[in-house]
Design a protein around this ligand. Sequence first.
Ligand code: NAP
Length: 263
Amino acid sequence: MACFTFSIVISAVLVGDNAGARIYAKMQAKSCEQVGIAYELKEFSDDISEAGLLGEIQKLNDDDSVDGMILQMPVPEHINARTIQAGIAPKKDVDGVNPANLGRVVMGHPEGAPCTAQAAVRLVEETGIDLYGAEVVVVGHSEIVGKPVALLLLDKFATTTVCHIGTSDVGMLEEHTTKADILIVAVGVPGLIKGDMIKPGAAVIDVGINRVKDPESGKSKTVGDVAFDEAVEVAGIITPVPGGVGPITTAMLLHSTLLAAKA
Ligand code: NAP
């Protein structure tokens, strides 16, 4: 029997010494190791210019041994992340941040979507709920989560409503969230969604990752955008934070890298 082996390489670009970005990189490296993907961390000092960083990205674009690339966020203030993201070759953009890949999502190609958006939708699919005509509410309209999630679900014929700061500011958030059979929250506000804002039995996907101080212990802890203790009493299905969308996002990154390598 013939046996084929090939190596898959992902390059992660880290600019400066942001603690959060370094933690993400460590987690990604560990997951890659578990599945046999080579993870190369490319570190640059925080005084690299935007043009200099674009040049480094171009080198990775031209390097045939590199299958996929991720820009770790955040980048220093003098660097425009969108400019750098646009510089990543679409075929190596395994994080789905290049405008071409986001545009392809609009055209019905889900494989180029940002990994977090893919993870949220995958979790929705795993609930087994029939999405055809289902009432889905997405809270948050960022380019990497809310907007692509809404587009991906529209393509599955879910009745998709997107809420954002304007919805909250006019006091209409609860009006929408309580109608949702599936509620996806990606905002970055700890505990924004309370138990009484959830339709009984709904599936709740909490994308938020927020560091807060525990009032009892005084220690920092990670929480989502949904008040979990209240929500778990009302929801039919709910993802925890940590341990919910986060690990699936990493799995989607590995999947996208595999697809990029195969392509
Ligand atoms: P973002 O770019 O800051 O977007 C947040 C969105 O929430 C914006 O659309 C904002 O509206 C909206 N918003 C803010 N306050 C609101 C309120 N009170 N009511 C309703 N909408 C409100 O954030 P993001 O990158 O999408 O990330 C969102 C959360 O997901 C963060 O906690 C982040 O850490 C987490 N995240 C998790 C993963 C993962 O793998 N699990 C990956 C990425 C992000 P405006 O723009 O109009 O103000």
